[in-house]
Write a protein that binds this ligand. Structure first.
Ligand code: FAD
Length: 383
């Protein structure tokens, strides 16, 4: 364990919190802290509907994604009886409107995965086939609060601070773990990371108990806590604009009403949505690593609108690296980012692996043969 006694995790979304917790549980004598520009409810994770079902990350080994999904599913399943964790079972439909779509890679890991009957299909105009299943869902704000409690109990410190450069942590940490989602692009040079903008509409429809997800989840209806239902969505590749777009709200509502025509009749009044919005910021753009989400109200209906940036990368970056600075400075680094549209579904399993990479540093602090990486603003000319 020589040399690795102080670990700093950067990021307090689901990935950062789960990673810090598992590091502390594995390295009991280490001082573990979290540094994050924003904590719950202001992270991208907080915009997610918390469904445990996700798209495939193209160049990441399928076996790894299956393992991360299974580990996360088992972790959540252990928590369903603890109401502080905000996890519950939920059933519904994964539907397709073309014959090309395949069985999702996690089909065998959820409960009761079966082809739907013609009678069920008749409820969803425009869909050609699909599956019925039971999976898990977490209320992300409740779940993050639960993780924070566990972190506090283990003595993990959480510091709210925006970092412009990871070397700001020099002298404070023996290993730095990067769990900064889309904000990673501002801290480490990585041409492969990009935002995929998402927008959702929260309506009050307590009569909807089953979810509906079309294809890769672009259109979805996800019931959540307190009778609120998340309608989505938007997947705008490379778009880092956090402003609420009214035209997209209309598009989401139109698509959801097409898939589930009776939805229109069961939506209640927006005054039933008791969620207060702290700072409506219709004019925020994602710049200099701002990964904060946006919450606003639809001008026409009053419904709550959320915007967040999914951290997309062909390969989820789970690496042990030397971060090289100027004048021969170097820093031990572990990366865990690039979860795209599946960070809730994969977070616990990928965090387990990230914690193992920290253990690798503990067992091999000299890290001979470990690859180099550079801060975003300091890429050597030869690269
Ligand atoms: P984040 O939650 O973005 O956390 C990043 C952390 O890093 C924050 O604390 C931030 O402040 C910090 N940070 C960033 N830059 C810096 C810096 N320079 N200095 C200090 N701190 C910094 N996934 C699912 O599995 N199921 C779903 O149902 C689902 N629904 C979604 C719906 C929408 C609309 C969106 C946008 C995403 C959805 N996702 C879903 C995807 C999921 O939300 C993400 O994959 C996940 O939140 C990524 O988590 P993270 O912890 O890596 O990043």
């Amino acid at each position: 364990m020589q040399d690795v006694v102080r670990v700093t995790v950067v990021g307090a979304g689901v990935v950062g919190c789960a990673t810090a917790l598992q590091i502390k549980e594995k390295l009991l004598n280490a001082t573990v802290s979290i540094v994050a520009a924003h904590t719950s409810p202001d992270t991208t994770s907080n915009v997610a509907a918390g469904m445990v079902m996700c798209p495939l990350i193209p160049d990441t080994p399928l076996s790894s994604q299956r393992q991360w999904f299974r580990d996360t599913f088992s972790h959540f399943l252990r928590l369903i009886n603890d109401h502080h964790a905000g996890v519950r079972l939920i059933n519904g439909y994964q539907l397709y409107n073309s014959t090309q779509d395949e069985v999702p890679f996690w089909g065998g890991d959820v409960f009761g995965f079966r082809a739907i009957t013609d009678k069920e299909l008749a409820m969803f105009p425009g869909c050609s086939h699909g599956f019925h299943l039971t999976t898990l869902q977490c209320d992300v704000a409740t779940y993050l609060a639960y993780l924070m409690l566990r972190l506090n109990a283990l003595g993990v410190n959480i510091i709210e601070k925006h970092l412009s450069d990871l070397f700001e942590l020099e002298g404070q940490a023996d290993v730095v773990v990067l769990c900064t989602g889309v904000g990673s692009a501002h801290l480490i040079s990585d041409p492969d990371l990009y935002p995929v903008r998402g927008q959702i509409v929260n309506v009050y429809a307590p009569g909807i108990h089953s979810f509906v997800r079309i294809g890769d989840g672009m259109t979805h209806i996800y019931p959540g806590a307190g009778g609120m239902v998340t309608l989505g969505g938007i997947k705008a590749v490379g778009d880092g604009d956090l402003r609420v777009r009214d035209s997209e709200t209309r598009d989401i509502l139109t698509r959801c009403f097409t898939v589930m025509p009776f939805l229109k009749n069961v939506i209640g009044d927006s005054k039933n949505d008791k969620f207060a919005i702290k700072d409506e910021k219709r004019n925020s753009l994602c710049d200099s690593g701002c990964t904060k989400n946006t919450w606003g109200r639809d001008r026409e209906t009053g419904w709550r609108i959320g915007v967040g940036l999914r951290p997309f990368r062909k390969q989820l970056r789970l690496d042990r690296l030397w971060l090289r600075g100027s004048q021969g400075k170097r820093m031990r680094l572990v990366t865990c980012y690039g979860h795209g549209g599946g960070g809730i579904s994969l977070h616990w399993g990928s965090a387990t692996e990230a914690a193992d990479r920290v253990l690798d540093w503990a067992h091999d602090p000299e890290g001979k043969g470990v690859q180099d990486a550079w801060p975003a603003n300091r890429i050597p000319a030869k690269l």
